[in-house]
Design a protein around this ligand. Structure first.
Ligand code: PMP
Length: 430
């Protein structure tokens, strides 16, 4: 394919006219398709239905510790759930606390507690003139909304194919004591599907923060969410690396079964050093008498252990893989060589990230919406909703059916072409 930029004004005009006809045709179909959020499809949710059949009789409701899970007790979670989520995020069960149904909720509470009560006895962040967070971009919009909500200044750190730009992270973290944290999705990142390299993880573990209460918010949401059996990314385990580097307290690891069992009805956990976990407990023991142990037990009984959980994730992969491949193949067939966009081809997670020409993302998303395809809002992958290049678009292929996704991707591609051609024509006439 000839790069669009090399086409003459006349060729671009002709192409625009043709694309407009095609666009009007799909628009007339009055479609209503959603590629905006990373929600599992109904077919995926069906996979865990047998979980709801567990625990039907009284004698099944005792956990390993001999405690009746219907009653109060075991603030840290039942031992078998700590073991299961510990294995999921590769830490010993002693380093795990099980929380409620959402890891995002725990992240919010962690920031909230740091604001009001400080981290392990240090000055509460609300008493400081300035608190800053590093935000690898593009990143997860809901992380950014938490820090924005608390008035924490966010600093963009560009992502590379190996994770965040570590030269920049090291420089900023070691010189500015106002920087208290960094948001990371280290495996199959949201939205690019990038896994941090071993060197990146080691550099994280060896950081020398200017602030004693600096913490890495390591959101391991997609730790076991592979799309392929034979091609899987490897992520070095950070808690252990931090310990080895003499920084045992520098990381909080978050994990949940939201996209393993049921989003909103899964179980979430934090993995951290004993000092950090004690800090969490101080707050948690005031906040609650205990989380939902029945749900913890249900999860453990259904998966049986980490092997069963991996087996279950393969079933998810079988549903998700063709969807990712449809999007990738369509992008490749329609855009390869046109030089009007680039995209990632992740081996796991929930998203594909698309980079349009600068200044085109908002228009592409609006165009696709005009033809009935809902995408994640432009700018959402950046702090304050501001993408400085207006170029990043998050594609979430999980929710629509295969047929819907084919149509939605065709409409997306058409929108990309149309907006890019218009932009190139503008440039040529300027
Ligand atoms: N972290 C990331 C990176 C996510 O993509 C999501 C869900 N889309 C979450 C956290 C939310 O997880 P939970 O349901 O456990 O709150």
């Amino acid at each position: 394919m000839t790069p669009y930029r090399e086409l003459s004004q006349e060729q671009l005009q002709a192409m625009k006219a043709e694309l407009e006809v095609q666009f009007e045709e799909v628009k007339a179909k009055g479609l209503n398709l959603d590629m905006s959020r990373g929600k599992p499809s109904k077919q995926q949710l069906e996979l865990a239905m047998d979980m709801l059949e567990e625990l039907k009789s009284t004698d099944k409701l005792k956990c390993e510790a001999g405690i009746d899970c219907r009653n109060y007790g075991l603030l840290d979670g039942i031992p078998e759930a700590r073991r299961l989520l510990g294995e999921m995020t590769e830490v010993p069960p002693e380093n795990i606390i099980i929380f409620g149904n959402s890891s995002l909720n725990v992240m919010f509470d962690t920031i909230s507690r740091s604001m009001t009560h400080g981290v392990c006895g240090s000055t509460p962040w609300c008493k400081l003139d300035k608190v800053k967070f590093l935000c690898p971009v593009p990143g997860y919009d809901r992380h950014f909304r938490i820090t924005e909500y608390f008035g924490i200044e966010m600093i963009n750190v560009p992502m590379t194919s190996e994770g965040p730009d570590m030269d920049m992270v090291e420089e900023l973290v070691s010189t500015d004591p106002a920087i208290k944290g960094i948001w990371c999705v280290p495996k199959y990142s949201n939205p690019q599907g990038i896994t941090y390299s071993t060197e990146t993880v080691k550099r994280f573990a060896r950081l020398k923060p200017a602030a004693e209460d600096f913490r890495i918010f390591w959101d391991n949401a997609y730790c076991i969410h592979h799309l392929y059996d034979d091609k899987q990314d490897f992520l070095l385990e950070l808690l252990d690396e931090c310990e080895k580097a003499g920084n045992p307290d520098m990381v909080y690891k978050f994990v949940s079964t939201s996209k393993v069992s049921f989003p909103g009805s899964g179980i979430a956990a934090v993995a951290a050093s004993q000092r950090n976990l004690d800090d969490f407990r101080k707050h948690m023991s005031v906040q609650t008498i205990g989380h939902d142990k029945i749900n913890q037990l249900r999860h453990v009984r259904f998966f049986g252990g980490i092997v069963g959980m991996h087996r279950h994730m393969k079933k998810h992969a079988e549903i998700l893989r063709p969807k990712f491949e449809i999007v990738e193949t369509t992008l490749e067939n329609e855009l390869q060589g046109a030089e009007i966009g680039t995209w990632t081809t992740p081996k796991g997670g929930y998203f594909i990230s698309f980079e349009s020409m600068d200044g085109c993302a908002k228009k592409i998303i609006a165009k696709a919406a005009e033809a009935g395809v809902k995408m994640t809002d432009a700018g959402a992958t950046y702090p304050y909703g501001k993408d400085p290049h207006d170029s990043n678009i998050r594609i979430a292929p999980s929710f629509p059916t295969v047929e819907e996704l084919k149509l939605a991707t065709e409409i997306f591609v058409l929108s990309v072409k149309l907006v890019s051609v218009e932009k190139l024509l503008e440039e040529k006439t300027a």
